[in-house]
Ligand binder design. Structure first.
Ligand code: GCO
Ligand code: MG
Length: 402
């Protein structure tokens, strides 16, 4: 089998996605997600100008060799642009291999370890009352695990709670939207949120919270301690992701479980965290971790240290990424949970998907390959629009972690 053509498709059905489609001389095709929110065209160019020409004529079944060729062969390793580009190709190649084997991808990985994939979704409010109500709605929809975010009094716009919290970018802004931050206001308010959520909704629901990299280790330790009463499923991205050693300090002070990794792109970003068992969940996902080949390796490494998987699954990764994650989730022995924030209806029209959601659980479906495709004609109707993630400033104007 030989690769005959590689298409890079950039479309924007409500938000931007980069998709790799690989064609073969035997008529089989595969697709992979290569989206990097806010920097989409850098990945598209990396693929179009540097990687795609090298794929023509290669045997698509040699996935490992192609992965190594692009990872080691560039000399310049790692980084979100490189790894998203490699991921797009790698995911498409696994799609082709599973189709050639006439199997859903999870069968090729080793078969199902469970019947269904537990997911968590998002609930948010501008204040505590709204957030409590939003959790109730999510419970009614059948979700068993819910990430709860709340606006902070005195701060006009806070991560995960404002108008832009659904699509996580600013298609309507020419420059990044600016939010405001105060750690002391936040630390005072969040324990009140979880007190109210537990009072209203009881204990038979898993609760999660995302700090989005904004705290120092000692502040995160304080928050972890203050939230112990609420028995969170996890506290996410407590400190800036570069700061792996910072987790040592947090770990000394709190039994609140910790999750991190959505901005990591290779196993090296998480090595110390896993080896020292400083985290409980690793949040890496196929598109930003270098594809199925790399994420499977990371998941196996995590299993050695009792770290469980928790693939990042916000809407800014396409349904192809979610589909690929779900095959890994169904197989992986050390599975933890899968994030699922849902998709705008027009996104699901552009990406017809075999995966499904029922009563708080996802399943990748039984279609051959990873089960997600792109409708190229429909995608053309949604041309790329420049968009950025927000930025975050302290009340005095200092640029902070978003
Ligand atoms: C999450 C994430 C997202 C990111 C987004 C960036 O936990 O789902 O933190 O909300 O901010 O994916 O593009
Ligand atoms: Mg997050």
């Amino acid at each position: 089998m030989k690769i005959t053509e590689v298409k890079i498709i950039v479309c924007s059905p409500g938000r931007n996605f980069v998709t790799v489609k690989i064609f073969t001389d035997e008529g089989l095709t595969g697709v992979g997600d290569a989206t990097l929110n806010g920097r989409e065209l850098a990945v598209a160019s990396y693929l179009q100008d540097h990687l795609a020409p090298l794929l023509i004529g290669r045997d698509p079944r040699r996935i490992e060799d192609i992965w190594q060729y692009f990872y080691k062969g560039a000399y310049w390793r790692r980084g979100p642009v490189t790894m998203a580009a490699i991921a797009g190709i790698d995911t498409a190649l696994w799609d082709i291999k599973a189709k050639a084997a006439n199997m859903p991808l999870y069968q090729l990985l080793g078969g199902a370890s469970r019947e269904k994939v537990l997911c968590y979704t998002h609930a948010q409010g501008r204040d505590i009352a709204e957030a409590v109500e939003a959790v109730g709605k999510r419970k009614e929809q059948g979700y068993k695990a819910i990430r709860v975010q709340v606006g902070i009094p005195g701060l006009p716009d806070v991560y995960g709670t404002g108008a832009k919290s659904v699509t996580n970018n600013a298609l309507d802004d020419a420059v990044p939207h600016e939010e405001t931050w105060s750690t002391s206001k936040y630390l005072r308010y969040v324990p009140e949120l979880f007190k109210a959520v537990r009072e209203a909704h009881g204990w038979d629901i898993e609760l999660l919270h995302d700090t989005h990299h904004r705290l120092t280790p000692i502040e995160a330790a304080r928050l972890g301690k203050d939230l112990e009463f609420a028995r969170l499923f996890w506290l996410e991205d407590a400190v800036a992701a570069e700061h792996q050693e910072g987790f040592r300090l947090i770990r000394k002070h709190t039994t609140t479980p910790l999750a991190v990794g959505e901005v990591f792109n290779t196993i090296w970003d998480a090595r110390l965290l896993m080896e020292e068992q400083l985290i409980d969940y690793i949040r890496m996902t196929t598109v930003h971790a270098g594809g199925v080949t790399a994420l499977r390796r990371i998941m196996d490494f995590a299993s050695v240290y009792n770290v469980r998987t928790a693939c990042h699954g916000a809407m800014d990764m396409s349904p192809i990424c979610l589909g690929a994650n779900l095959h890994l989730d169904l197989w992986v022995p050390n599975f933890g949970i899968q994030e699922y924030s849902g998709y705008l209806p027009q996104i699901l029209e552009v990406f017809p998907s075999a995966w499904s959601l029922s009563d708080g659980y996802l399943h990748p479906g039984e279609a051959v390959g990873h089960g997600v495709d792109i409708d190229e004609r429909l995608a053309e109707k949604y041309p790329y629009q420049r968009a950025y993630l927000p930025v975050n400033r302290l009340e005095d104007g200092t640029l902070w972690h978003w």
